[in-house]
Design a protein around this ligand. Structure first.
Ligand code: CP
Ligand code: NVA
Length: 308
């Protein structure tokens, strides 16, 4: 039997597969926009496990499965045995016998790895404290749609070195672009936590204004991620100078895109003027979650690549 493929972190897939996924995403998106039925996953079932809140991830996976002819079941920790201490290994054995693919949003990366090691079907990371790989697939696909290949480009990350930042860094290492990272002191990137082989794909800037100079994309995320709420008051003080605003955007390339995975806090990590301005592509990023995840599901379930 072939080894089961999982998508637990961005670099679980090769460059070739990722590029194929982008081609498939475009094909699937065009078809969907033209109301052409495409049901390759008829009778296939996705189980989605959420240990944290979600709007986009739940909706895009659930509607994506339905639009591909399959279905999805939502589980959370509050009303399943997962919240009452059933070992992850046992849950994985049982759940993966009743579906064709699993998506999990949880806290520690180790939890999703444990699940995957005991699963009979592919497991997709729908966000952990360490990574958010589906988000970065959508973000890079959005860039490709607007500007072409991301190879050789510069992405400025302003703010917390969180799950989304770590995943951008993994993508940079794999797809050959550069990250400029500026975080407040005490919130710096950690190579091991980011799952990087070395620090060649990124440059660190003390001053966020320097980090955005010449950038093709300026991106940020909330100052306090889910699971870190007790640090919120301290973080609001620490991140004060790390807001992406119009003065900062003016230092990036003239045609730079602004990205944010959402949900956003206007007036904290980004000004309303920027997120609602003409360089912002946040709604496209959100929509593209749907299209890239359909391509991912198709690949994991059918092994389909860009042969149509
Ligand atoms: N960007 C993102 O993953 O959004 P949700 O938390 O709403 O799923
Ligand atoms: N970094 C954020 C992303 C939310 C989609 C969080 O983990 O809460």
């Amino acid at each position: 039997m072939d080894q089961i493929k999982h998508f637990l972190k961005f670099n679980d897939l090769s460059v070739d597969i990722i590029n194929d996924l982008f081609d498939r995403s475009k094909w699937i998106k065009d078809r969907y926009k033209n109301y052409k039925k495409y049901w390759p996953l008829e009778d296939r079932l996705l189980v989605m496990i959420f240990e944290k809140a979600s709007t986009r991830t739940r909706l895009s996976f659930e509607s994506g499965m339905r639009q591909l002819g399959g279905s999805a079941i939502y589980l959370n920790t509050r009303d399943s045995q997962l919240g009452r201490g059933e070992p992850v290994e046992d849950a994985a054995q049982v759940i993966s016998r009743m579906c064709d693919v699993v998506m999990i949003r949880t806290f520690e990366q180790k939890t999703i790895e444990k699940f995957a090691n005991n699963s009979r079907v592919s497991v997709i990371n729908g966000l952990t404290n360490q990574y958010h790989p589906c988000q970065i697939l959508a973000d890079i696909f959005t860039f490709i749609e607007k500007k072409g290949s991301i190879k050789g480009k510069t992405v400025a990350w302003i703010g917390d070195s969180n799950n989304v930042c770590n995943t951008w860094l993994q993508a940079a290492e794999l797809l050959d672009f550069t990250m400029h990272v500026s975080t407040p002191k005490g919130y710096e990137v950690e190579l091991e936590r980011a799952g990087l082989y070395n620090n060649e794909c990124f440059e660190v800037f003390e001053n966020p204004m320097d980090a955005v100079k010449g950038a093709d994309i300026v991106t940020t995320d909330v100052w306090t991620s889910m699971g870190f709420e007790t640090e919120n008051n301290e973080r609001i003080k620490d991140f004060l100078n790390w807001q992406v605003n119009a003065d900062m955007m003016a230092l990036a390339k003239k045609d730079a895109l602004f990205m944010h995975c959402l949900p956003a806090h206007r007036g904290e990590e980004v000004s309303a003027e920027v997120i609602d301005g003409s360089q912002s592509v946040v709604w496209e990023e959100a929509e593209n979650r749907l299209h890239v995840q359909k391509a991912l599901l198709e690949y994991l379930l059918l092994g389909k690549r860009n042969d149509k």
